[in-house]
Design a protein around this ligand. Structure first.
Ligand code: FMN
Length: 219
């Protein structure tokens, strides 16, 4: 006589654990997604802080009145040698006039993979400074490209594609004008040639670099 309830109960018994599992899975997914968003936000904030610090070191204090870390365009590596990566270019201006462009450049030939550089180039084509942003070169050897380790990378300050002549934009070991870091000739060569390529790219694209509207605010 109670056939209805005996047929319904097993279904209900199955439904509750299934619903609990679905709920747990949904909660788990929401938690993972929230953690992921938070991590990305933190990474982006850390990157922004690092970029602002480095940009400050490459620009003359009081020599610009915009926010270069927001006045940014992105290039794909196809336009700059060495990478297919997305390469931000930061612009510094004073009363709207170009002061400097800071190019993100990838030097592909490091001893341990690629070296990510910032190359600051004033509107007149002279270098305001170069800094290594990211690399995996050997501590005690290739890491001398960091200003925290040595002044080697400051040797580019004030140079241009005409000083020395383009053909001399090589390490001394390769017949050029630039000292290599002793024990890290591979690293040195990668950086010298990437800075040279950035100068050539700037010379050929100066107007585009300063006139392209902001397409991304990083980050
Ligand atoms: C453990 C180890 C780490 C090295 N790390 C680097 C490095 O970071 N950068 C570099 O240019 N060469 C590195 N080298 C390579 C040597 O220093 C290399 O011989 C040198 O760069 C080339 O020198 P040469 O042109 O004077 O012969 C490393 C070698 C060893 C054994």
């Amino acid at each position: 006589m109670d056939t209805g309830s005996s047929e319904g109960l097993p279904g209900m018994r199955l439904l509750i654990p299934v619903l609990s599992l679905v709920l747990l899975a949904a909660l788990g997914a929401a938690l993972i997604s929230a953690t992921d968003r938070l991590t990305r936000k933190r990474v982006a904030e850390n990157e922004a802080a690092q970029i602002m610090k480095v940009l400050g070191a490459l620009l003359p204090e009081g020599g610009y009145d915009n926010s270069p870390h927001l006045d940014v365009i992105t290039l794909t590596g196809a336009k700059l040698p060495g990478s297919n990566a997305v390469l931000p270019v930061y612009r510094a201006r004073l009363a709207g006039e170009p002061v400097a462009a800071i190019l993100t450049v990838i030097a592909p030939g490091g001893y341990v993979g690629s070296i990510r550089l910032l190359v600051g180039i004033r509107a007149d084509g002279t270098i305001s400074g170069v800094r290594a942003l990211e690399h995996r070169e050997t501590p005690g050897l290739g890491d001398s490209i960091e200003t925290a380790r040595s002044d080697w990378i400051r040797m580019f300050d004030g140079r241009s594609i005409a000083d020395p002549a383009p053909a001399a934009w090589l390490t001394r070991r390769n017949g050029g004008d630039f000292d290599q870091i002793s024990g890290a000739t591979v690293t040195s060569r990668a950086v010298v040639e990437a800075v040279r390529d950035a100068l050539i790219f700037f010379a050929e694209n100066r107007d585009m670099l300063f006139s392209t509207p902001v397409d991304r605010e990083t980050p």
